[in-house]
Design a protein around this ligand. Sequence first.
Ligand code: Z5A
Length: 214
Amino acid sequence: MSPGVFITLEGIEGAGKSTVAAWLSQWLGERGLTVRLTREPGGTALAERVRRIVLERGSEQVSAEAETLLMFAARAIHLDNLVRPALAAGEWVLSDRFTDATRAYQGAGRGVEPQWIEALAERVHGDLAPQCTLLLDVPVKLGLARARARRGESDRIEAEAQAFFERVRTGYLALARREPQRIRLIEAAAPVESVREQVAAALQPWLTAAGVRT
Ligand code: Z5A
């Protein structure tokens, strides 16, 4: 059996990741592929508990370093218990966020040293990287407006100021320039239909390899 395909979705909040992930999971399934839709932080029962800890707005301070370690703790659990077994079984794993989010949020957003993030990434998943990352890019004002219109109370990271999300977006765009083969930029301010077309085009090499006709 050939190993599965690991695809990640990234972008600032309100970029439309969850919307694309839900559609893509169904679209790939209709084409005969076995798809596992998951997210970070989270994805398994235990990793979702870590998610609650890292995102809740509590009275205790959570440093950028603690936040980074919690993200990688959740990731290690998620990889061992869901991502690696699913890939080994030949499934397509769609993860709403992965290590690029740590690079963008904790690295570019909070100023955590990139070398330390890369050392943790190497330790936790040095053998594994997404084949394709869909970076949904929107202006920060639009992303925040979309997210605000949809949700109730914001979590600890969502409560950050616009300047924080500008740094995160800049960080994501720098990653895309550094790894253009892996990270496909999707113009996500566009209507949903256009976003879907861009996503399907970006995944074409893997769809062709899997014998999927679009
Ligand atoms: N985080 C971190 O800091 N470090 C890490 O390593 C990891 C995560 C892994 C949780 O992530 C938080 O964890 C996140 C980063 C941090 N905090 N923040 N910010 P999350 O992915 O669960 O949370 P999120 O980024 O806040 O997700 P979101 O707000 O749900 O955004 P989204 O999934 O990208 O958007 P959406 O829900 O698909 O769409 C938002 C709204 O826009 C919704 O009403 C849609 O119907 C609408 N929409 C979507 N697409 C369109 C288009 N094309 N046109 C018009 N309207 C649209």
